[in-house]
Design a protein around this ligand. Structure first.
Ligand code: 5AD
Ligand code: FES
Length: 349
């Protein structure tokens, strides 16, 4: 191999990266090097997961949130957000529809909403597991006490997503209100892993004040935590937030980072996110081709979709679950991948 590809080969072989190599891979204008990075990552994903893409049915069940993250459209200070909660029955109905469409993982995502006590969450989780014992349930409901996480796990939850957002202390402070801390976030992630959840961390690409140094710390954190899932997508400003004037993250940087993460952590479950689909019409396809292996079509009732707006211009808000499901299948088939009806658990090696 020519010299300029060495940087990618080394990353693939050692599953490590130094800051200089990261800087090079994030900034190079050498098209062949960029393509080589993407190709190595894509082939790595294919070696482990074949041409299969896992689908997760995303149920956005509440947009009430007691947090006030500066980037997020459902932050508590956003008085323009039209708040809603789905009932237990609504959630079961989404699962029913999703099951019929071939989903075998349901992701319950919501703001940190005190109405949903541990007891209520456990009832919902065990209700889904009773009805669909062959399905995985993923929770994405924020920071909780370890005892709460334990209760969710006992109720049958399989996975938990909690993006760390940034692994750099100062950067974390710039994106969050002062009552939130990176330390607590990291503690939650360690608790989740220890309890036995398939755990996901992650961050926004191009978030305000992000630098190559903070990204380097993000990657080191991922290597340390060894999560089963890593969720990344571009930052997209939301018009009612303090960060509304900031630049969005780019397709190019997100794709490069997806590839780098795939090579650093070959077995990770790596979604090609809705945010990526929002900044580019073929963003999700390009994410898969850069090494991602999961997509998360929306299963929320159409009546509430418009209200779960973490960022502006979110796609799929007018589409029925079935439309998204088949749209996704077409999109994946269009690039030579197969959407599969499977839980899609983490593969150790
Ligand atoms: N742009 C992109 N992603 C966002 N998230 C929250 N707000 C935004 C935004 N404005 C992401 C966060 C959070 C996940 C559920 O959505 O990373 O963890
Ligand atoms: Fe929702 Fe295409 S995935 S309309």
């Amino acid at each position: 191999m020519q010299h300029r590809y060495e940087i990618v080969d080394r990353l693939e072989q050692t599953q490590k990266i130094d800051k200089e190599s990261l800087a090079e891979l994030l900034t190079t204008e050498d098209q062949e090097l960029k393509e080589y990075l993407s190709k190595r990552a894509r082939e790595t994903a294919q070696r482990i997961y074949g041409n299969q893409v896992y689908i997760r049915g995303l149920i956005e069940f509440t947009n009430y949130c007691k947090n006030d993250c500066l980037y997020c459209g459902i932050r508590r200070s956003n008085s323009h957000a039209d708040r809603y909660r789905l009932s237990r029955e609504d959630i079961f109905q989404c699962c029913k529809e999703g099951y019929g469409l071939g989903f075998r993982t349901f992701v319950l995502q919501g703001g940190e909403d005190p109405y949903f006590t541990d007891e209520r969450i456990c009832e919902i989780v065990s209700g889904i597991k009773e009805r669909y014992p062959d399905c995985a349930v993923t929770l994405s409901i924020g920071e909780k006490e370890k005892e709460s996480y334990q209760a969710y796990f006992r109720a049958g939850a399989d996975r938990y997503l909690l993006r760390h957002e940034t692994a750099n202390e100062e950067h974390y402070q710039k994106l969050h209100p002062k009552e939130m801390s990176l330390k607590r976030r990291k503690q939650c992630l360690m608790d989740l892993k220890e309890i036995g959840f398939q755990t996901g961390c992650g961050f926004m690409v191009g978030s305000p004040y992000q630098t190559i140094d903070t990204l380097y710390e993000d990657l080191q954190f991922i290597l340390e935590l060894q999560p089963q899932m890593v969720g990344i997508g571009p930052f997209i400003p939301q018009k009612d937030t303090p960060l509304k004037e900031m630049q969005a993250g780019t397709l190019d940087q997100t794709l490069r980072l997806l590839s780098i993460i795939r090579l650093l952590h070959p077995t990770a479950l790596l979604p090609s996110t809705t945010a990526l689909g929002t900044i580019h019409p073929r963003g999700r396809e390009l994410g898969i081709l850069a090494g991602a292996n999961v997509v998360m079509p929306n299963l929320s009732p159409v009546a509430v979709r418009e209200k779960y707006k973490l960022y502006d211009n979110k796609i799929c808000t007018g589409d029925e679950a079935a439309e998204c499901r088949f749209c996704m299948q077409r999109r994946m088939e269009g690039i030579g991948y197969q959407v599969v009806e499977a839980r899609g658990d983490y593969k150790k090696k």
